[in-house]
Design a protein around this ligand. Sequence first.
Ligand code: PMT
Length: 402
Amino acid sequence: MMRDRTVLLGVTGSIAAYKAVDLASRLAQDGAKVDVVMTNCATEFVTPLTFRSITHCQVVTDMFAASEEHDIEHIALAERADVVVIAPATANIMAKLAVGIADDMLCCATLATKAPIILAPAMNVHMWEKAITQENLTKLRARGFKIVEPSYGALACGEVGKGRLADVEDILTAIRQILDRKSDLIGKHVIVTAGGTQEPIDPVRLICNRSSGKMGYALAEAARERGAKVTLITAPTTLPPPADVEMIEVQTALQMREAVLRTVPEADALIMAAAVADYRPATAAKSKLKKEEFPLMQLELIRNPDIISEVRGNLIKVGFAAESENVVGNATVKLKNKGLHLIVANNIAEAGSGFGVDTNKVILVDSKGKVEDLPLLPKSEVAHKILDKVSALLSPAIGASG
Ligand code: PMT
Protein backbone atom coordinates (compact mmCIF):
# COMPACT_ATOMS: atom_id res chain seq x y z
CA MET A 1 0.00 0.00 0.00
CA MET A 2 2.91 2.36 0.77
CA ARG A 3 4.84 1.51 -2.40
CA ASP A 4 5.00 4.45 -4.79
CA ARG A 5 3.13 6.66 -2.35
CA THR A 6 4.65 9.91 -1.12
CA VAL A 7 4.50 10.79 2.54
CA LEU A 8 5.43 14.32 3.54
CA LEU A 9 6.78 13.95 7.08
CA GLY A 10 6.86 17.21 9.05
CA VAL A 11 9.04 17.19 12.15
CA THR A 12 8.75 19.97 14.73
CA GLY A 13 10.75 20.91 17.80
CA SER A 14 9.98 18.38 20.49
CA ILE A 15 12.16 15.91 22.32
CA ALA A 16 10.00 13.27 20.63
CA ALA A 17 11.59 14.25 17.29
CA TYR A 18 13.92 11.27 17.62
CA LYS A 19 10.90 8.97 17.34
CA ALA A 20 10.14 10.50 13.94
CA VAL A 21 13.38 8.88 12.76
CA ASP A 22 11.87 5.48 13.47
CA LEU A 23 8.65 6.54 11.73
CA ALA A 24 10.59 7.68 8.66
CA SER A 25 12.53 4.43 8.66
CA ARG A 26 9.35 2.29 8.85
CA LEU A 27 7.74 4.28 6.03
CA ALA A 28 10.83 3.93 3.85
CA GLN A 29 11.03 0.19 4.58
CA ASP A 30 7.39 -0.13 3.52
CA GLY A 31 8.30 1.39 0.16
CA ALA A 32 7.06 4.95 0.64
CA LYS A 33 8.92 7.94 -0.72
CA VAL A 34 9.41 10.13 2.35
CA ASP A 35 9.90 13.87 1.95
CA VAL A 36 10.98 15.30 5.29
CA VAL A 37 10.45 18.92 6.26
CA MET A 38 11.98 19.98 9.57
CA THR A 39 11.35 23.19 11.44
CA ASN A 40 14.38 25.06 12.76
CA CYS A 41 13.53 23.92 16.29
CA ALA A 42 13.37 20.28 15.15
CA THR A 43 16.96 20.51 13.88
CA GLU A 44 18.04 21.29 17.46
CA PHE A 45 16.92 17.79 18.45
CA VAL A 46 17.79 15.66 15.39
CA THR A 47 19.94 16.46 12.38
CA PRO A 48 18.61 16.58 8.81
CA LEU A 49 21.42 14.17 7.92
CA THR A 50 19.80 11.47 10.07
CA PHE A 51 16.57 11.65 8.06
CA ARG A 52 18.40 11.92 4.75
CA SER A 53 20.44 8.82 5.53
CA ILE A 54 17.30 6.87 6.30
CA THR A 55 14.96 8.06 3.58
CA HIS A 56 17.56 8.69 0.85
CA CYS A 57 15.46 11.73 0.01
CA GLN A 58 16.10 15.42 0.43
CA VAL A 59 15.35 16.95 3.80
CA VAL A 60 14.07 20.50 3.68
CA THR A 61 14.75 22.86 6.55
CA ASP A 62 14.97 26.28 5.00
CA MET A 63 12.22 27.99 3.07
CA PHE A 64 14.58 29.94 0.83
CA ALA A 65 17.62 27.71 0.55
CA ALA A 66 15.41 24.81 -0.41
CA SER A 67 14.48 25.76 -3.94
CA GLU A 68 18.06 26.70 -4.85
CA GLU A 69 19.76 23.70 -3.32
CA HIS A 70 17.30 20.94 -3.91
CA ASP A 71 14.95 22.18 -6.59
CA ILE A 72 12.12 21.70 -4.11
CA GLU A 73 9.67 24.31 -3.03
CA HIS A 74 6.60 24.19 -0.87
CA ILE A 75 4.07 23.86 -3.69
CA ALA A 76 5.90 20.91 -5.23
CA LEU A 77 6.12 19.22 -1.84
CA ALA A 78 2.45 19.94 -1.17
CA GLU A 79 1.30 18.64 -4.53
CA ARG A 80 3.17 15.39 -4.65
CA ALA A 81 2.23 14.30 -1.13
CA ASP A 82 -0.39 11.55 -0.85
CA VAL A 83 -0.54 12.26 2.86
CA VAL A 84 1.08 14.81 5.18
CA VAL A 85 2.08 13.61 8.66
CA ILE A 86 3.38 15.99 11.29
CA ALA A 87 5.00 13.96 14.06
CA PRO A 88 5.76 15.18 16.60
CA ALA A 89 3.41 18.16 16.33
CA THR A 90 4.08 20.83 18.95
CA ALA A 91 1.48 23.18 20.46
CA ASN A 92 3.12 25.87 18.34
CA ILE A 93 2.53 24.20 14.96
CA MET A 94 -1.04 23.32 15.97
CA ALA A 95 -1.72 26.96 16.82
CA LYS A 96 -0.21 28.15 13.54
CA LEU A 97 -2.15 25.66 11.44
CA ALA A 98 -5.38 26.47 13.28
CA VAL A 99 -5.19 30.08 12.11
CA GLY A 100 -3.41 29.58 8.80
CA ILE A 101 0.00 31.09 9.54
CA ALA A 102 2.55 30.28 6.82
CA ASP A 103 5.92 31.51 8.04
CA ASP A 104 8.10 28.47 7.41
CA MET A 105 8.41 25.64 4.93
CA LEU A 106 6.31 23.17 6.92
CA CYS A 107 3.42 25.60 7.47
CA CYS A 108 3.51 26.66 3.79
CA ALA A 109 3.50 23.10 2.48
CA THR A 110 0.73 22.10 4.90
CA LEU A 111 -1.37 25.10 3.91
CA ALA A 112 -0.82 24.44 0.23
CA THR A 113 -1.52 20.71 0.20
CA LYS A 114 -4.77 19.08 -0.83
CA ALA A 115 -3.64 15.79 0.71
CA PRO A 116 -5.10 14.54 4.00
CA ILE A 117 -3.14 15.74 7.03
CA ILE A 118 -2.34 13.73 10.15
CA LEU A 119 -1.07 15.38 13.33
CA ALA A 120 0.56 13.41 16.13
CA PRO A 121 0.94 15.92 18.96
CA ALA A 122 3.57 15.66 21.68
CA MET A 123 4.05 18.16 24.48
CA ASN A 124 3.97 18.77 28.22
CA VAL A 125 0.70 17.62 29.81
CA HIS A 126 -0.29 21.12 30.93
CA MET A 127 0.35 22.53 27.46
CA TRP A 128 -1.81 19.74 26.06
CA GLU A 129 -4.61 20.38 28.54
CA LYS A 130 -4.56 24.18 28.16
CA ALA A 131 -7.88 25.48 26.83
CA ILE A 132 -6.27 27.23 23.88
CA THR A 133 -4.52 24.03 22.75
CA GLN A 134 -7.78 22.10 23.01
CA GLU A 135 -9.60 24.87 21.10
CA ASN A 136 -6.99 24.67 18.35
CA LEU A 137 -7.37 20.91 18.29
CA THR A 138 -11.15 21.21 17.90
CA LYS A 139 -10.68 23.68 15.04
CA LEU A 140 -8.19 21.44 13.29
CA ARG A 141 -10.44 18.41 13.67
CA ALA A 142 -13.39 20.36 12.28
CA ARG A 143 -11.25 21.22 9.26
CA GLY A 144 -10.56 17.57 8.58
CA PHE A 145 -7.14 17.09 10.21
CA LYS A 146 -6.79 13.57 11.60
CA ILE A 147 -5.35 13.58 15.10
CA VAL A 148 -3.41 10.65 16.52
CA GLU A 149 -3.76 11.56 20.17
CA PRO A 150 -0.75 11.56 22.49
CA SER A 151 -0.52 8.81 25.05
CA TYR A 152 -0.31 8.94 28.83
CA GLY A 153 2.97 8.31 30.63
CA ALA A 154 6.27 9.74 31.84
CA LEU A 155 7.15 12.93 29.98
CA ALA A 156 10.62 14.31 29.25
CA CYS A 157 9.92 17.27 31.56
CA GLY A 158 9.61 14.87 34.50
CA GLU A 159 5.85 15.01 34.78
CA VAL A 160 3.45 12.15 34.24
CA GLY A 161 0.39 12.73 32.08
CA LYS A 162 -0.99 12.86 28.57
CA GLY A 163 1.50 14.27 26.10
CA ARG A 164 3.78 11.47 24.91
CA LEU A 165 3.93 11.05 21.15
CA ALA A 166 1.65 8.17 20.15
CA ASP A 167 3.31 4.85 19.34
CA VAL A 168 4.89 4.81 15.91
CA GLU A 169 2.70 1.78 15.15
CA ASP A 170 -0.46 3.85 15.82
CA ILE A 171 0.79 6.65 13.57
CA LEU A 172 1.56 4.10 10.84
CA THR A 173 -1.95 2.66 11.20
CA ALA A 174 -3.46 6.13 10.70
CA ILE A 175 -1.28 6.64 7.61
CA ARG A 176 -2.22 3.24 6.19
CA GLN A 177 -5.93 3.87 6.82
CA ILE A 178 -5.74 7.09 4.85
CA LEU A 179 -3.71 5.63 1.99
CA ASP A 180 -6.07 2.66 1.88
CA ARG A 181 -9.12 4.87 1.66
CA LYS A 182 -11.63 3.88 -0.89
CA SER A 183 -13.26 6.43 -3.15
CA ASP A 184 -16.21 4.21 -4.02
CA LEU A 185 -18.88 6.69 -2.92
CA ILE A 186 -17.91 9.54 -5.22
CA GLY A 187 -21.09 10.89 -6.81
CA LYS A 188 -23.32 9.34 -4.13
CA HIS A 189 -25.39 11.21 -1.58
CA VAL A 190 -25.52 9.54 1.81
CA ILE A 191 -27.79 10.70 4.62
CA VAL A 192 -26.81 9.71 8.15
CA THR A 193 -28.81 10.27 11.31
CA ALA A 194 -27.04 10.49 14.66
CA GLY A 195 -27.58 11.08 18.36
CA GLY A 196 -30.55 10.62 20.64
CA THR A 197 -33.65 12.69 20.02
CA GLN A 198 -34.92 14.82 22.91
CA GLU A 199 -38.62 15.04 23.66
CA PRO A 200 -39.58 18.09 25.77
CA ILE A 201 -41.73 17.79 28.85
CA ASP A 202 -41.54 21.51 29.57
CA PRO A 203 -38.97 24.25 28.73
CA VAL A 204 -36.55 22.70 31.26
CA ARG A 205 -37.08 18.95 31.22
CA LEU A 206 -36.97 16.39 28.48
CA ILE A 207 -36.94 12.68 27.74
CA CYS A 208 -33.75 11.53 26.08
CA ASN A 209 -31.51 8.48 25.78
CA ARG A 210 -27.85 7.62 26.09
CA SER A 211 -26.77 8.09 22.47
CA SER A 212 -23.68 10.29 22.17
CA GLY A 213 -23.83 10.50 18.38
CA LYS A 214 -20.35 8.92 18.02
CA MET A 215 -21.51 6.07 15.77
CA GLY A 216 -23.45 8.36 13.44
CA TYR A 217 -20.67 10.95 13.26
CA ALA A 218 -18.14 8.20 12.48
CA LEU A 219 -20.39 7.08 9.63
CA ALA A 220 -20.71 10.61 8.28
CA GLU A 221 -16.94 11.08 8.35
CA ALA A 222 -16.25 7.70 6.77
CA ALA A 223 -18.77 8.33 3.96
CA ARG A 224 -17.20 11.74 3.29
CA GLU A 225 -13.72 10.18 3.26
CA ARG A 226 -14.94 7.78 0.56
CA GLY A 227 -16.11 10.65 -1.58
CA ALA A 228 -19.83 10.83 -0.81
CA LYS A 229 -21.82 14.00 -0.42
CA VAL A 230 -22.99 13.63 3.17
CA THR A 231 -25.96 15.08 5.00
CA LEU A 232 -25.79 14.51 8.76
CA ILE A 233 -29.13 14.89 10.50
CA THR A 234 -28.18 15.11 14.12
CA ALA A 235 -29.92 15.27 17.45
CA PRO A 236 -28.02 17.34 20.07
CA THR A 237 -24.52 16.01 20.83
CA THR A 238 -21.32 17.43 22.29
CA LEU A 239 -19.27 16.30 19.28
CA PRO A 240 -17.47 18.73 16.95
CA PRO A 241 -19.17 18.88 13.54
CA PRO A 242 -17.37 16.75 10.96
CA ALA A 243 -15.61 18.70 8.19
CA ASP A 244 -17.26 19.04 4.77
CA VAL A 245 -20.55 17.55 5.83
CA GLU A 246 -23.94 19.24 5.52
CA MET A 247 -25.38 19.38 9.05
CA ILE A 248 -29.07 19.53 9.87
CA GLU A 249 -29.56 19.96 13.59
CA VAL A 250 -32.79 18.73 15.12
CA GLN A 251 -34.04 18.04 18.61
CA THR A 252 -37.13 15.88 18.48
CA ALA A 253 -38.16 12.74 16.62
CA LEU A 254 -40.75 14.73 14.68
CA GLN A 255 -38.10 17.22 13.57
CA MET A 256 -35.80 14.36 12.57
CA ARG A 257 -38.65 12.79 10.61
CA GLU A 258 -39.29 16.05 8.75
CA ALA A 259 -35.57 16.45 7.92
CA VAL A 260 -35.22 12.84 6.74
CA LEU A 261 -38.35 12.88 4.57
CA ARG A 262 -37.34 16.24 3.07
CA THR A 263 -33.81 15.13 2.13
CA VAL A 264 -34.21 11.47 1.09
CA PRO A 265 -35.67 12.11 -2.39
CA GLU A 266 -32.18 13.27 -3.46
CA ALA A 267 -30.27 10.53 -1.65
CA ASP A 268 -28.71 7.23 -2.65
CA ALA A 269 -28.55 5.83 0.87
CA LEU A 270 -30.00 6.51 4.31
CA ILE A 271 -28.20 5.17 7.37
CA MET A 272 -30.14 5.66 10.60
CA ALA A 273 -27.75 5.33 13.53
CA ALA A 274 -29.84 7.75 15.60
CA ALA A 275 -31.57 6.50 18.70
CA VAL A 276 -35.00 7.94 17.98
CA ALA A 277 -37.26 8.22 21.02
CA ASP A 278 -40.14 5.79 20.60
CA TYR A 279 -42.40 7.98 22.74
CA ARG A 280 -42.89 11.68 23.40
CA PRO A 281 -44.98 13.52 25.99
CA ALA A 282 -48.48 13.99 24.58
CA THR A 283 -48.16 17.69 25.35
CA ALA A 284 -45.09 19.76 26.15
CA ALA A 285 -45.90 22.38 28.81
CA LYS A 286 -45.21 25.94 27.63
CA SER A 287 -43.93 27.05 31.03
CA LYS A 288 -41.90 25.24 33.67
CA LEU A 289 -43.92 22.73 35.64
CA LYS A 290 -43.70 23.50 39.36
CA LYS A 291 -42.87 20.48 41.47
CA GLU A 292 -44.91 21.93 44.35
CA GLU A 293 -48.00 21.55 42.17
CA PHE A 294 -47.10 18.00 41.12
CA PRO A 295 -46.19 15.86 44.13
CA LEU A 296 -46.81 12.94 41.75
CA MET A 297 -45.92 13.58 38.14
CA GLN A 298 -47.72 11.49 35.59
CA LEU A 299 -46.76 11.84 31.99
CA GLU A 300 -48.91 10.73 29.11
CA LEU A 301 -46.64 9.44 26.36
CA ILE A 302 -47.60 8.87 22.76
CA ARG A 303 -45.76 6.88 20.10
CA ASN A 304 -43.48 8.68 17.71
CA PRO A 305 -43.76 7.71 14.04
CA ASP A 306 -41.22 5.15 12.86
CA ILE A 307 -39.14 7.33 10.56
CA ILE A 308 -37.20 4.76 8.57
CA SER A 309 -40.35 2.72 7.86
CA GLU A 310 -41.92 5.78 6.24
CA VAL A 311 -39.04 6.30 3.80
CA ARG A 312 -39.89 5.16 0.28
CA GLY A 313 -37.92 5.35 -2.93
CA ASN A 314 -35.06 3.85 -4.79
CA LEU A 315 -32.42 4.24 -2.09
CA ILE A 316 -30.52 1.92 0.22
CA LYS A 317 -31.97 1.89 3.73
CA VAL A 318 -29.76 0.87 6.63
CA GLY A 319 -31.07 0.71 10.18
CA PHE A 320 -29.48 -0.05 13.51
CA ALA A 321 -30.97 -2.26 16.19
CA ALA A 322 -29.79 -1.58 19.73
CA GLU A 323 -30.37 -4.94 21.41
CA SER A 324 -29.33 -6.52 24.68
CA GLU A 325 -30.53 -10.09 24.01
CA ASN A 326 -31.45 -12.27 21.03
CA VAL A 327 -29.51 -9.68 19.06
CA VAL A 328 -29.68 -11.21 15.59
CA GLY A 329 -33.27 -12.48 16.01
CA ASN A 330 -34.63 -9.12 17.15
CA ALA A 331 -32.64 -7.24 14.53
CA THR A 332 -33.92 -9.51 11.77
CA VAL A 333 -37.51 -8.78 12.77
CA LYS A 334 -36.77 -5.02 12.53
CA LEU A 335 -35.03 -5.50 9.17
CA LYS A 336 -38.16 -7.11 7.77
CA ASN A 337 -40.76 -4.92 9.46
CA LYS A 338 -39.00 -1.71 8.44
CA GLY A 339 -38.24 -2.84 4.85
CA LEU A 340 -34.46 -2.39 5.16
CA HIS A 341 -31.60 -3.56 2.96
CA LEU A 342 -29.28 -3.94 5.92
CA ILE A 343 -29.51 -3.82 9.69
CA VAL A 344 -26.65 -3.26 12.08
CA ALA A 345 -27.42 -5.40 15.11
CA ASN A 346 -25.77 -3.58 17.97
CA ASN A 347 -25.10 -5.61 21.09
CA ILE A 348 -25.36 -2.89 23.73
CA ALA A 349 -24.90 -5.39 26.59
CA GLU A 350 -21.31 -6.14 25.64
CA ALA A 351 -18.44 -4.21 27.28
CA GLY A 352 -17.07 -1.48 25.03
CA SER A 353 -20.11 -1.58 22.78
CA GLY A 354 -23.09 0.67 22.12
CA PHE A 355 -23.86 3.99 23.76
CA GLY A 356 -21.20 6.60 24.49
CA VAL A 357 -18.05 4.54 23.89
CA ASP A 358 -15.55 4.77 21.02
CA THR A 359 -15.85 1.11 20.02
CA ASN A 360 -18.75 -1.04 18.91
CA LYS A 361 -19.63 -4.71 18.58
CA VAL A 362 -22.06 -5.25 15.74
CA ILE A 363 -23.45 -7.97 13.51
CA LEU A 364 -24.47 -7.02 9.99
CA VAL A 365 -27.60 -8.74 8.70
CA ASP A 366 -28.78 -8.15 5.14
CA SER A 367 -32.17 -8.69 3.53
CA LYS A 368 -31.00 -11.99 2.02
CA GLY A 369 -30.26 -13.34 5.48
CA LYS A 370 -26.46 -13.03 5.22
CA VAL A 371 -24.94 -12.49 8.64
CA GLU A 372 -21.50 -10.98 9.29
CA ASP A 373 -20.34 -11.00 12.89
CA LEU A 374 -17.68 -8.30 13.40
CA PRO A 375 -15.28 -8.16 16.35
CA LEU A 376 -15.20 -5.22 18.75
CA LEU A 377 -13.81 -2.39 16.60
CA PRO A 378 -13.36 1.38 16.80
CA LYS A 379 -16.56 3.07 15.58
CA SER A 380 -14.61 4.53 12.64
CA GLU A 381 -13.81 1.00 11.46
CA VAL A 382 -17.35 -0.23 12.06
CA ALA A 383 -18.48 2.69 9.90
CA HIS A 384 -16.24 1.58 7.02
CA LYS A 385 -17.49 -2.03 7.30
CA ILE A 386 -21.07 -0.77 7.03
CA LEU A 387 -20.13 1.42 4.06
CA ASP A 388 -18.47 -1.55 2.33
CA LYS A 389 -21.94 -3.15 2.37
CA VAL A 390 -23.69 0.04 1.29
CA SER A 391 -21.23 0.44 -1.56
CA ALA A 392 -21.83 -3.13 -2.73
CA LEU A 393 -25.59 -2.59 -2.56
CA LEU A 394 -25.32 0.62 -4.56
CA SER A 395 -23.31 -1.01 -7.31
CA PRO A 396 -24.17 -2.34 -9.77
CA ALA A 397 -27.85 -2.46 -8.88
CA ILE A 398 -30.07 -2.10 -5.86
CA GLY A 399 -30.36 -5.57 -4.47
CA ALA A 400 -33.25 -5.62 -2.02
CA SER A 401 -36.67 -4.26 -1.28
CA GLY A 402 -37.02 -0.54 -0.97
O1 PMT B 1 -24.56 7.38 19.54
P1 PMT B 1 -23.61 6.39 20.22
O2 PMT B 1 -23.35 6.75 21.67
O3 PMT B 1 -22.36 6.19 19.43
O4 PMT B 1 -24.36 4.99 20.28
C1 PMT B 1 -24.62 4.31 19.11
C2 PMT B 1 -26.02 3.68 19.13
C3 PMT B 1 -26.06 2.60 20.21
C4 PMT B 1 -27.10 4.73 19.40
C5 PMT B 1 -26.22 3.08 17.69
O5 PMT B 1 -25.21 2.17 17.41
C6 PMT B 1 -27.57 2.39 17.58
O6 PMT B 1 -27.71 1.22 17.89
N1 PMT B 1 -28.59 3.16 17.07
C7 PMT B 1 -29.97 2.72 16.95
C8 PMT B 1 -30.65 2.77 18.28
C9 PMT B 1 -32.12 2.48 18.16
O7 PMT B 1 -32.89 3.38 18.29
O8 PMT B 1 -32.44 1.30 17.82
P2 PMT B 1 -33.99 0.82 17.65
O9 PMT B 1 -33.87 -0.66 17.69
O10 PMT B 1 -34.86 1.48 18.66
O11 PMT B 1 -34.42 1.34 16.22
C10 PMT B 1 -34.24 0.57 15.03
C11 PMT B 1 -34.00 1.49 13.84
O12 PMT B 1 -35.17 2.26 13.55
C12 PMT B 1 -32.89 2.50 14.06
O13 PMT B 1 -32.17 2.62 12.85
C13 PMT B 1 -33.63 3.78 14.39
O14 PMT B 1 -32.88 4.93 13.96
C14 PMT B 1 -34.91 3.64 13.59
N2 PMT B 1 -36.06 4.29 14.22
C15 PMT B 1 -36.40 3.98 15.50
C16 PMT B 1 -37.51 4.59 16.08
C17 PMT B 1 -38.24 5.53 15.32
N3 PMT B 1 -39.31 6.15 15.83
N4 PMT B 1 -37.90 5.80 14.06
C18 PMT B 1 -36.83 5.19 13.49
O15 PMT B 1 -36.52 5.43 12.32
